[in-house]
Design a protein around this ligand. Structure first.
Ligand SMILES: Nc1ncnc2c1ncn2[C@@H]1O[C@H](COP(=O)(O)OP(=O)(O)O)[C@@H](O)[C@H]1O
Ligand SMILES: N[C@@H](CCOP(=O)(O)O)C(=O)O
Length: 321
């Protein structure tokens, strides 16, 4: 559950009055997500999502995120669209936080994705990669290879409280990845957090993508590696090769992977597992006092990382080159 910042009724009402969306009728904090404070807002003209940007979001990056949403929507990628205020401005301030209103997207996220969902995710992710190819803004990935060691150093001394031997495991993995990480793969804009809770479906039809607040310029295949981690493990953390094959097949129907991208998947998947292990570890050890948030379990990603460490070639993900 994520509401880090309380907003008073009158304050929110006055904020909404700056927009041409009718009077505020009701609002409630949304009990999902871990990064920002989100509110479902009901006005005389419909429903909207109000986001107050918190801890990890650099306000300087907000124009990138908001313009990216507009760009993708203009290319028929279903995603929230920022609502401008009466002066045409996308970004406001509420409760001393940067804040934006975006359109409400129909659909629900799927708790137990099936191969059919993975296939659609793959296709939509590839469409998104292509749609963003002519987006003219850039944002470096603050959580790429170069960011992992400094992030770990902030919580290394307490890592073994979470699991004995975790510190050693992370240090060895960082050493491996710093030597093996590819840097010559096709690049573009990636979502970088395309977890099931950020992908909405209506029945078995993908209805939209949300939560672009980690989107950045990076190697496109890294986005696939993030999804192999987030979508293709069962609740017992066994790897489901059928889901991985469906994901890669779906992606390949829209954008073909180069041989080099395909061969790099095991390394990229290890990196993606480590990236989420590290942010979860950091968050686990530093929940802000009073925040309504349930931190996510870093051990899930330790187990996923251990799986990828056993992978020899990308054929373990279900497709031949
Ligand atoms: N545009 C939207 N349309 C409908 N629901 C949304 C929208 N944006 C966010 N939500 C709801 O808010 C929840 C948290 O949003 P999310 O962007 O994932 O937050 P966080 O950045 O904190 O992880 C989502 O799981 C979803 O239920
Ligand atoms: N997906 C990340 C955490 C980011 O939270 P989200 O709710 O914005 O997806 C994780 O699972 O560690």
């Amino acid at each position: 559950m994520a509401v880090y910042t309380d907003v008073a009724d009158e304050e929110l009402s006055a904020f909404i009055d700056q927009y041409q969306i009718g009077r505020l009728l009701s609002f409630k904090g949304i009990a999902e997500g871990v990064e920002n404070s989100n509110f479902l807002v009901h006005t005389q003209t419909g429903h909207f999502i109000l986001t107050l940007y918190e801890k990890r979001v650099d306000p300087a990056d907000l124009p990138f995120f908001l313009h990216l949403l507009n760009h993708l929507a203009s290319k028929d990628i279903s995603c929230p669209v920022p609502v401008p205020d009466k002066t045409g401005t996308l970004l406001g301030t509420l409760a001393e936080r940067p804040a934006a209103l975006v359109t409400f997207l129909d659909g629900m996220w799927v708790k137990r994705p099936k191969p059919v969902h993975c296939e659609q995710l793959g296709q939509t992710m590839a469409r998104m990669h292509l749609a963003a190819a002519d987006f003219d803004m850039r944002r470096a990935n603050a959580l790429d290879l170069a960011g992992w060691r400094p992030l770990f150093e902030k919580c290394a001394d307490r890592a073994d409280e979470v699991h004995p031997g975790l510190s050693d495991l992370v240090v060895r993995e960082l050493d491996h990845l710093e030597a093996a990480w590819p840097d010559d793969l096709p690049r573009g804009i990636i979502h970088a957090d395309l977890f099931p809770d950020n992908v909405f479906f209506l029945g078995e039809e993908l209805s939209g993508l949300i939560d672009f607040y980690f989107a950045c310029s990076d190697q496109l295949a890294y986005d696939i590696a993030i999804c192999l981690n987030a979508w293709c493990f069962e609740t017992d953390l066994s790897f489901n090769i059928t889901k991985a094959r469906a994901l890669l097949n779906g992606y390949g129907k829209v954008r073909s992977l180069s041989r080099r991208e395909y061969d790099s998947l095991p390394t990229l998947a290890r990196g993606a597992a480590l990236r989420f292990l590290l942010t979860r570890l950091y968050d686990w050890l530093s929940v802000p006092e009073g925040a309504l948030v349930t931190p996510k379990d870093p051990m899930e990603y330790v187990k996923k990382l251990r799986f990828h460490q056993t992978v020899g070639t990308a054929s373990a993900y279900g497709l031949s080159p």
